[in-house]
Design a protein around this ligand. Sequence first.
Ligand code: PNS
Length: 163
Amino acid sequence: MKPILAVYPGSFDPITYGHIDVVERAAALFPHLVILVARNTSKAPLFTDDERIAMIREVFRSNRSIEVDGFDGLLVDYARRRKASVIVRGLRAVSDFEIEFQMALTNRKMSKELETIFLVPREQYSYLNSTIVREIARLGGDVSDFVPPVVRRQLRAKFRLRK
Ligand code: PNS
């Protein structure tokens, strides 16, 4: 059997400790994991694709089984091109379920060989999302409990430039 390639797609605008928890769980299950910075058409990102990719690469630079990539197209097309068979998504609370269920079934309709699995991050991250982190940083709050140092630095730089 060929080793499974798993893809963990998201906006990661920016990556938080909640995402990192999901990555660590997925990396323990699959020999190779791609963290994919993808476009969510319902969101206008704060960071560019390149900035988000660079931050994630910095976070996982010592882990050779984790790759970071970007793609501006359909997730199923990326998965097909890379011969990935698993999509990983984090599920924090019931409120995530509806949209995740819709995406998983839509992706399955477009690519029936693609399986979506959901991983549950530690409960201390169940309330955490990138929108909250951006808002706290924008208003000058401390985000060190929510994001790694590289992200904290980039948030500071981003908002200092905007003032
Ligand atoms: O972190 P997010 O914003 O919840 O991630 C959503 C994302 C980027 C995974 C989703 O919007 C996506 O898959 N975008 C790529 C384009 C695509 O395939 N859209 C159809 C999804 S059913």
